[in-house]
Design a protein around this ligand. Structure first.
Ligand SMILES: Nc1ncnc2c1ncn2[C@@H]1O[C@H](COP(=O)(O)OP(=O)(O)OP(=O)(O)O)[C@@H](O)[C@H]1O
Ligand SMILES: [Mg+2]
Length: 389
């Protein structure tokens, strides 16, 4: 079937999408090359392969908690076909597809200003839809990323992402709230998470930080823009890509993100778990996105709190990764007075976390914060020595 890829109100390119697989097999009639998803235009040629990867990347990942059970309730529709059921619309960017000749308008279909169906969210949460005979698949849940159970909800006209936990401790929602508290104290730009419940299970809730005029471009798309020179580290390569695009303030924002990730021992800051914001109309880069998705941290899936954990995205070991931070002048250990108690208070709401585990997490977080304090002193001394004639 033929569609036009739209960026808000701008027709970008026509394309043919196979009705049985949802894959893009042909691109033609390019009218707005500057609005193509980042990386699709290779010099002057469009890459159908990159476009198809970008498009299929909009679908719910196969690793999503409960996805097979959900798909079974939808007569075996695949995740890639679900994307076309909602015209590819999401709440994280402004791309969508308009069936050729449909005359659809962004103002009529977008999920930022129009209501959306709850059916898909309910199915993903394990329920049967309220009205199975009149199921509507117009939902941003068809295009949401990540492996944890999640759904978008509208409360008081505002859009919130509700996200669950995993494993024995189900700790991720609590971790999101702890990470928010940490970033609030340190003045780091972040998405604020709160706790909620559904069916007596804990979930985190965060408001959409994307507006109808902006969009989130994950770091993954930025780093894929250039081929990495073998002499460049992953970190230097990302910086080079940001420089090429003219995105400013990146080093300072990454210093903050790596510091937060060190303190909470975040294991999963992959390139789709941070990104950049751009103006969807003017395409102007607005900077680093507020920090989101910090739940895979605080020894969420192990009994051995405080032990060494993996890190991402630049170095596999958090002690090595924190060494990439160049400026800690913004860090104020004094702002963390009382933070251990705040962690305890948040974790005390988690039924699966006993006193011993709660204490161990609060202790570990403080120890890691103190190490940042030491590193800050070290960096200040080094720069003073470095500045001496
Ligand atoms: N507050 C938000 N506003 C807009 N988009 C968001 C927001 N929170 C998350 N997203 C988008 O939704 C995606 C999935 O959310 P998130 O990363 O929190 O889920 P996850 O299941 O924890 O992911 P992962 O598989 O990385 O653990 C994000 O990658 C991002 O694109
Ligand atoms: Mg994520």
């Amino acid at each position: 079937m033929d569609y036009t890829l739209m960026h808000k109100n701008i027709p970008v390119v026509d394309m043919e999408i196979l009705s049985d697989t949802g894959r893009i097999i042909k691109l033609y009639n390019l009218v707005a090359p500057e609005h193509l998803p980042l990386g699709v235009l290779k010099k002057t040629e469009m890459s159908r392969k990159v476009m198809d990867e970008w498009w299929t990347g909009r679908s719910i990942p196969a690793s999503r908690d409960g996805i097979q059970e959900a798909l079974a309730k939808l007569d075996g529709v695949s995740t890639s076909l679900l994307v076309t059921k909602c015209y590819g619309l999401s709440l994280s960017d402004q791309y969508w597809v308009s069936p050729k000749g449909s005359g659809l308008l962004w103002s009529d279909v977008n999920f930022f200003t129009n209501d959306f169906s709850k059916d898909m969210g309910e199915i993903l949460f394990g329920y049967d839809p309220l009205d199975a005979a009149h199921l509507s698949l117009m939902s941003p849940d068809n295009t949401s990323d990540g492996w944890l159970k999640k759904k978008w909800i509208i409360t008081g006209g505002r859009r919130f992402l509700m996200k669950g936990g995993s494993g024995v401790f189900g700790q991720e929602p609590f971790n999101e709230v702890i990470a928010s508290a940490l970033m609030r104290r340190l003045g780091v730009n972040h998405v604020d998470y709160t706790l909620t419940q559904s069916d007596k299970k804990p979930y985190s809730l965060c408001e959409n930080f994307v507006t109808p005029n902006t969009e989130l471009i994950p770091a993954w798309r930025i780093k894929e823009l250039l081929k990495r020179d073998n002499r460049d580290s992953e970190y230097v390569h990302l910086m080079r890509c940001c420089d090429t695009l003219g995105i400013s303030g990146v080093a300072g924002a990454i210093d903050r993100m790596l510091t937060i990730d060190y303190i909470i021992a975040n294991e999963d800051r992959h390139y789709n778990n941070f990104g950049f914001i751009r103006d969807a109309d003017t395409l102007k880069w607005l900077g680093f996105a507020p920090i989101y998705d910090s739940g895979t941290s605080l020894w969420y899936n192990t009994r051995y709190v405080g032990t060494a954990t993996e890190s991402k995205p630049f170095k596999k070991n958090s002690d090595a990764q924190i060494r990439l931070v160049e400026d800690l002048s913004w860090f104020d250990l004094g702002c963390l007075d009382g933070f251990a108690d705040e962690c305890r208070q948040i974790l005390s709401q988690a039924d699966a976390i006993d006193d011993e585990r709660r204490e161990a997490i609060a202790d570990a977080v403080i120890k890691r914060s103190e190490r940042i304090g030491l590193l800050q002193k070290e960096l200040t001394t080094t720069s003073v020595i470095g500045n001496n004639p």
